[in-house]
Write a protein of this length. Sequence first.
Length: 288
Amino acid sequence: MSTSLESDGALEGELDVSAVVPGAVCHRGVTYVARQGFRRLLMDVYVPVRRTPPAPCVVWIHGGAWWEGDRRETPSTWPPGLFFPLLVEAGLAVATIDYRFSGEARWPAQGDDVAEALRFLRAHADVLRIDPARIGVAGESAGGHLAAMAALTGTGPTAVQAAAVLYGVTDLRDFDGVEQATPEERRGTPEVLLMGGLPDEAPAAWDAASPITHAHADAPPMLLISGDADSVVPVRQTVRLHEALVAAGARDVVLDLVPGADHCFGGVDAEVPLRRIVEFLAERLRAG
């Protein structure tokens, strides 16, 4: 059915449509924010049908170098149609979200969009039948950066209770070969397009946009997972965030390096780490 987002709390989108994810009530194309001058940002929400109490929810943030990607898709190296059903089977709702790309808006717009999605889910938790006290976040690559930032900087209605960061960017400055590139070459990199300028032009902003600078003792439970042969986001980015969190006194942070795996778990059976991710989120959010 189609409804509009009005003061009575109704939602705009296709609610309770035919199953897109088996075993889930599916709400597709729900508008979570309409910013003047930008396209509407949508989410799809899949809620386990077998649950009577409200379900914990995982916000999924896709990758794509901050300049492309789709909330409805997972990497081509993953088994098709596997990840969202795994979350639902574990008793977790999943909300897959759009966010503005770097060609549309510079940082911190992307982080603001994730925060707005978290606020929206909590504001409409009753309608969606999710538990506002048990919301986690997960993302891969550029989405892993956004997931880590949400986990480490969110407070109040934007806080999360668990996070899975899949081969995420944790330090925007730390990429192989960047120092040897010319300024013109660097201006075409995903990080510079995200930030709108070179690191030495706004060092404080680059630091503030890097999850590694936000490590703190009260971080929520976090799984940091990466292939140890990642050729896109160096595995040291995952390792360094783990080290920073441990040094800060974070109580529940798990480092999981997948032997032989390239970016997006390429070169290995991706189902194995995906199941570990779902298990972590379900355990920390107490699903089932």
